[in-house]
Design a binder for this molecule. Structure first.
Ligand code: TYD
Ligand code: MG
Length: 450
């Protein structure tokens, strides 16, 4: 008989087959406990067993958030009694989104309760006035004491309870350290209990650090039904809310907003991230963001070769970038090996889709030769170490994004599917995608590979 783990870390949920003082998953001390179901089974208690599928049950009705892009990310709105986590770095716009969300729900007759442990009623009201949302039907309570929040929610019975933020919430009765992983997790568990027993939808904001940590090692994601990730470049106004874990819908959908003087305004990202102008060192990629694709400008810069051969990227995967540069050098003899190489994506977004490789190659070849890619061209395909270009999934969405961004030529692998008017330049090997950089009309590479 395999030995089943009968212990689990109360902070992060990691299971263990034996007790330990320190969790090997999250490093918390004194959080390993014997799992209750095992204990109960040994005591011989029985649970009520019911059929998995209740024939009388119907799919729960969804509550619209009043923000249609957010509803799409959630898979059609909020599931009543679910718990959502809105995770993002400080200053990204979590409090603003929660306020607009609750105001929009209140406007459609579903008043919510906003509890804030970070801002006073006057501060939240001032923000509502500044961004001109009608928050008259939104209730407010201080959000520092867990038990006061639970009592307020049970008395008020709001359509949605927004807790801003989970890190600001404290459980005065707990013996765990305030703000520590175990207490934050305990507060989330109490909110999950509230949601399930009182059928109140709860949305909790949580600050993540630069490394993506959320109050310790992702301790909260286990406990909630839906994780919404709020990203963007704090310097630009662009903000993206994406659906991560979702028990009730598709993952990976994205909602795009612009943070301006009037708060968060929805925007259509198609074509937003590429200027449509031709520049040496810039090429259009068509990465997937959820089920749709975006046209995004990838930029590259080839610096001098007399210093350390530095490689630096913003918004791109460094290892893929280095690999593409190496394949490019080997395949067409561009002498990149000892040069400083920089890669970037505009707008503070990340491109981690492997099919972005070909645009990275095009941007690098273009930067190295000073020859801009052909007019209105986009590039799609994953590059293998051999230089072969592999087909990319979801070509239909990518082609739609290219059309929306005003592209008319697509450098990509075969089997691209219906082209919707785009001209396809079929690329089986990386060298076939960057011929324009080396063409007689272009500048000759500065240095030839020896
Ligand atoms: P906020 O919602 O407080 O972020 P978080 O709760 O995630 O920490 O928003 C923070 C930033 O957004 C702040 O730097 C100011 C900016 N902002 C605007 O640009 N316009 C606005 O209308 C509002 C309300 C905020
Ligand atoms: Mg805030």
């Amino acid at each position: 008989m395999p030995k089943h783990p009968v212990f689990a870390c109360e902070a992060c949920g990691q299971q263990a087959s034996q007790w330990a003082g320190r969790c090997s998953g999250c490093g918390a001390w004194g959080e390993i406990r014997e799992r209750a179901p095992e204990r109960e089974r040994r005591r011989g208690r029985s649970q009520t067993v019911v059929p998995l599928v209740d024939p009388a049950a119907t799919d729960p009705a969804r509550l619209p958030t009043g923000l249609s892009d957010l509803d799409r990310v959630l898979g059609g709105g909020l599931v009543p009694g679910s718990v959502l986590l809105l995770a993002g770095p400080p200053g990204i716009g979590k409090s603003t989104l929660l306020l607009q969300w609750l105001a929009a729900m209140a406007a459609s007759g579903r008043p919510g309760l906003l509890v804030s442990g970070e801002e006073s009623r006057a501060q939240v009201a001032a923000r509502a006035r500044r961004i001109e949302v009608d928050a008259d039907a939104v209730s407010f309570a201080p959000g520092r004491d867990l038990h006061a929040v639970l009592a307020a929610a049970r008395a008020e019975r709001p359509a949605v309870l927004a807790v801003d933020s989970i890190q600001a919430l404290r459980d005065p009765e707990a013996t765990t350290q305030p703000g520590g992983v175990a207490q934050v997790r305990g507060c989330v568990d109490a909110l999950v209990e509230l949601a399930k027993t009182d059928d109140i939808t709860v949305v909790v904001s949580g600050h993540v650090t630069k490394d993506g940590d959320l109050a310790g090692p992702r301790a909260l994601e286990h406990a909630v039904d839906v994780v919404l990730t709020f990203e963007g470049d704090p310097r630009s106004g662009l903000r993206i809310v994406s659906g991560g874990k979702n028990r009730f819908g598709a993952e990976g959908e994205t909602a795009w907003f612009e943070m301006g003087p009037a708060g968060l305004a929805p925007i259509d990202p198609a074509g937003l991230l590429c200027s449509g102008e031709r520049h040496p060192g810039a090429a259009v990629a068509l990465p997937l963001a959820g089920r749709r694709a975006l046209a995004v400008e990838v930029q590259a810069l080839v610096g001098g070769d007399d210093g350390p051969s530095r490689r630096q990227v913003t918004g791109l995967d460094l290892r893929r970038f280095q690999q593409v540069a190496a394949v490019l050098e080997r395949s067409i003899g561009l002498p990149l090996g000892r040069s400083e190489l920089y890669g970037a994506v505009g707008g503070g977004i990340k491109v981690d889709d492997p099919a972005g490789d070909l645009a990275v190659a095009a941007a690098l070849a273009s930067a190295a030769t000073g020859q801009a890619p052909p007019e209105a061209a986009a590039f799609v395909g994953e590059i293998a170490l051999t230089g072969q270009v592999r087909p990319a999934p979801a070509m239909e969405q990518r082609i739609a994004a290219a059309r929306a961004a005003g592209c008319s030529v697509l450098f990509g692998p075969e089997r691209a599917g219906p082209l919707d008017g785009l001209q396809l330049v079929t690329v089986g090997h990386i060298s076939e995608a960057v011929g324009w950089a080396l063409s007689p009309a272009g500048t000759v590479p500065r240095r030839r590979a020896s």
